[in-house]
Design a protein around this ligand. Sequence first.
Ligand SMILES: [Zn+2]
Length: 82
Amino acid sequence: MRKYENQNERQIQEIFCNCCGKKIRIEKGIVQEGVFHGQVQWGYFSKKDGESHTFDLCEECYDRLTAGFQIPPEKNMERELL
Ligand SMILES: [Zn+2]
């Protein structure tokens, strides 16, 4: 869950893990730790047609969630970290 300083500039003020409620560390609008941001636009063939859902997970909750997957997430190393 993200709160923005100014809705037009979209500078992040606060992020909370939706799973455990932990506040993610941010300094000067820059996220200081690992965070997963999920976003989905539900379409016509879903039961939530037209709804957009977003959420954030801290790294611990991400690890706990994905550890329960039957098929683990695909992992790739980025050549350049921006
Ligand atoms: Zn969490």
